[in-house]
Design a protein around this ligand. Structure first.
Ligand code: NAD
Length: 248
């Protein structure tokens, strides 16, 4: 189908598991997609999987000048920006007592500062264009569910959840909706840090009511809903995609 026909979508972290699945889905639904990642394969492997007009750019979401260029690329190539997915994110697992300041800074820098920079640059462009829009951030079930070895990550995703609500309030008068996705345990490189250890993997699975990890495509389905007109009255929400984990 073509639920995003004529829309322009910016997706960060688009070389990764969830970002690439979202970019692919948006492209199949008729959007023109700008893929951004600091990894080189965004310009090769990832871009090659798009179904229609698309551009790729290597860039770091924590650098304001590079973020400005991401939005400028959307405007130059495709005449504006309707959908922005602030998906780039990182994880550093460490027990609280072992957590290094450097790891805390690294995680907060990408997940909080990076999300803020991209979302604000996109929001300013959307206000300028005056045709509304949809901004989607990546929170996580760890915004609600604390884990002793995920203090930095959980703090960053709790921040993203709350930032999303502030942005939704500020952007409602401009016709821009802002929502967060809250994935549970999704099968990507980020989860591989956990699933590589059979013992830890069994524990994770045993705590998921649906008894399996989610796929990046199952997150992309909700990202499509939030970007589309089907979600026209939905803003300020975090939608958890977690196989029932938070209901436990
Ligand atoms: P991933 O590692 O496969 O993808 C993340 C991508 O972000 C990578 O391609 C990486 O190169 C890119 N990236 C990292 N830092 C960047 C930076 N500074 N600038 C530009 N690009 C950068 O991981 P994923 O699982 O696809 O994660 C995507 C998002 O979903 C993240 O925000 C993550 O926190 C969130 N999330 C994932 C899960 C999960 O279980 N996989 C659960 C909850 C939330």
């Amino acid at each position: 189908s073509t639920r995003l026909k004529d829309k322009v979508a910016l997706v960060t972290g688009a070389a990764g598991g969830i970002g690439l699945a979202i970019a692919r889905r948006y492209s199949r639904e008729g959007a023109r997609v700008v893929l951004v990642d600091r990894a080189e394969k965004v310009e090769t492997e990832a871009l090659a999987q798009m179904a229609g007009p698309a551009k790729a750019m290597r860039g770091d979401v924590t650098d304001p000048a590079q973020v400005a260029e991401m939005v400028a690329l959307c405007e130059r190539e495709f005449g504006g920006l309707d959908i922005c997915v602030c998906n780039a994110g990182v994880i550093r697992a460490a027990e609280f007592l072992d957590l290094e300041l450097e790891d805390l800074d690294f995680v907060l820098n990408v997940n909080v500062r990076g999300t803020f920079l991209v979302a604000q640059a996109a929001a300013k462009a959307m206000v300028r264009q005056g045709r509304g829009g949809s901004i989607i951030t990546l929170s996580s079930m760890t915004a609600e569910l604390a884990m002793s070895n995920q203090m930095a990550y959980g703090a960053s995703k709790g921040a993203v959840r709350q930032m999303t609500k502030s942005m939704a309030l500020a952007m409602a008068p401009h016709g821009v909706r802002v929502n967060a996705l809250g994935p549970g345990s999704i099968e990507t490189d980020i989860m591989a840090t956990i699933t590589d250890d059979p013992e830890a993997y069994r524990t994770v699975l045993s705590r998921i009511p649906m008894k399996r990890l989610g796929s990046p495509d199952e997150v992309a389905s909700v990202a499509l809903f939030l970007a589309s007109e089907d979600a026209n009255y939905v803003t300020g929400q975090t939608v958890y995609v977690d196989g029932g984990r938070l209901a436990l």
